[in-house]
Design a protein around this ligand. Structure first.
Ligand code: GLU
Length: 440
């Protein structure tokens, strides 16, 4: 059975980039009838916090991206040590004693000589006596011995991918302080939990080459991989700090609906049009990992309120009722909905209908004439047309000259929802008072 995972490090809140990875994995799992694992990559004990971990869970829940399985790397340290022992026994993990300064000098020398900065494996040539001597003053870190040859895989997004092992450095799997590095922890976890598909950003492509060898060295089947291109900003640059750090928490505070975010991110970088979908089930039906392309998708934060507006046009009164001002009914919702980029903006229109409101009147004589022509109630959506036609012929005004002063008198603003809907809700008594310049 398909098992995918989303593996954030709890070192910050989720943002647009990593939410896309979570969503793509979640949709893929649902589509395959598989399961979705949330794994916290929290081996970096200095930067990981319980609060960020809680924040990640809260953000995922708010987006509707629940998980079937949960794990955290800090609970699995003994498994990483066991894997280390196995790799040592098979000669694939070897101790190294270079200091960071030495390594950096070596790298510089290689680059100056026009060579790729690949670790020279000097530590492999140390005799047992040399290692014992070095170990007296230095605690070693441990590297994984890559096998020579071509590493290749069929990527679900990128197609055929290959690397020459000789161009890669033997990766460090354990720091001198004994902490496992992500590369080892992630492979051990993926094996233990039976992850079948690893879908993540293209910044992990080179890691994948290494991880494929590590899966094999640990005697495990290699999962299938898919690497989506990273999102860029509207100008095509990598996500700037401002946009990259656009957290889900910020967007939520800004009144963006979770399904707006999901709808945009599920199709950003695909050949599919971005449509506002009301539910994740709809999105599952319209999702295809094979539609993700190689071009860098552009993310324009301005698109979110626009898409949110389109999504809101599909929201029924029942779906938003508890977020509207007390007393709001379906007529109110339908009247103001076309004007909203955010559901919370509905509240701004409540006093426009129920008062008190200070009307804006530039020409009292015109407003009085219009007041005298208000038709008797009951009103419906045709009343506005009947009334303004009468006002137009009596005052010889038309277009903006006719409508704008009426809007300003009735709503106190120059823009807003259609007056044919608002007028019915404002009602005759309040309309009359406002046209006569009274606060109502
Ligand atoms: N913690 C890693 C990251 O956030 C996970 C990468 C992976 O999916 O293996 O980049």
């Amino acid at each position: 059975m398909t098992l995918v995972r989303f593996a954030p490090s709890p070192t910050g809140r989720l943002h647009v980039g990593n939410i896309r990875t979570a969503l793509v994995n979640w949709l893929f799992a649902r589509q395959q009838g598989g399961r979705f694992l949330l794994r916290l990559d929290d081996t970096d004990t200095e930067r990981s916090t319980a609060e960020f971990a809680r924040g990640i869970e809260e953000d995922l829940r708010w987006l509707g991206l629940g998980w079937d399985l949960f794990d955290r790397q800090s609970d699995r340290m003994s498994r990483y040590s066991e894997a280390a022992e196995r790799l040592k026994a098979s000669g694939r993990l070897y101790p190294c004693f270079e200091t960071p300064e030495e390594l950096s000098l070596k790298r510089k020398a290689q680059i100056n000589a026009g060579k790729p900065p690949v670790y020279d494996r000097a530590a492999l040539g140390l005799s047992d006596a040399e290692k014992t001597a070095l170990a007296k003053s230095t605690v070693p870190h441990w590297r994984f011995l890559l096998e020579p040859g071509r590493i290749e895989w069929e990527d679900r997004v990128r197609g055929h991918v290959h690397f020459e092992a000789a161009n890669l450095s033997d990766p460090v799997l354990f720091r001198a302080d004994g902490r496992p590095i992500y590369t080892l922890a992630t492979v051990v976890d993926d094996i233990d939990l039976g992850v079948t598909d690893v879908i993540r950003g293209e910044d992990h492509v080179a890691n994948t080459a290494i991880q494929i060898q590590l899966f094999r060295a640990l005697g495990a089947a290699v999962p299938r991989f898919g690497h989506t291109t990273l999102i860029a900003d509207a100008a095509g640059e990598g996500l700037s700090k401002r946009i990259g750090s656009l957290s889900i928490a910020n967007l939520r505070e800004d009144g963006i609906e979770p399904m707006t975010i999901n709808s945009l991110l599920a199709h950003l970088g695909t050949s599919d049009a971005v449509e506002p979908y009301l539910s994740l089930d709809d999105l599952v039906r319209h999702f295809d990992l094979g539609h993700f392309g190689r071009a860098t998708p552009k993310f324009d934060p301005e698109e979110l309120p626009r898409l949110n507006h389109r999504l809101i046009q599909k929201l029924s009164f029942v779906g938003v009722r508890d977020r509207l001002p007390a007393g709001a009914d379906e007529r109110f919702w339908l009247a103001v909905r076309p004007n909203l980029a955010r559901v919370s903006e509905a509240a701004e229109w409540w006093p426009v209908i129920h008062g008190p409101l200070r009307p804006e009147i530039a020409d009292p004589a015109f407003a009085e004439a219009a007041a005298a022509l208000l038709p008797p109630e009951p009103w419906d959506e045709t009343s506005w047309g009947v009334w303004t036609k009468a006002v137009g012929s009596a005052t010889k005004r038309k277009g903006k000259e006719l409508y704008l002063p009426l809007r300003l008198a009735l709503t106190g603003r120059a823009h807003g929802p259609e007056l044919k809907s608002l007028l019915v809700l404002i009602g005759r008594a309040r309309s009359l008072a406002r046209l006569l310049g009274k606060e109502a």
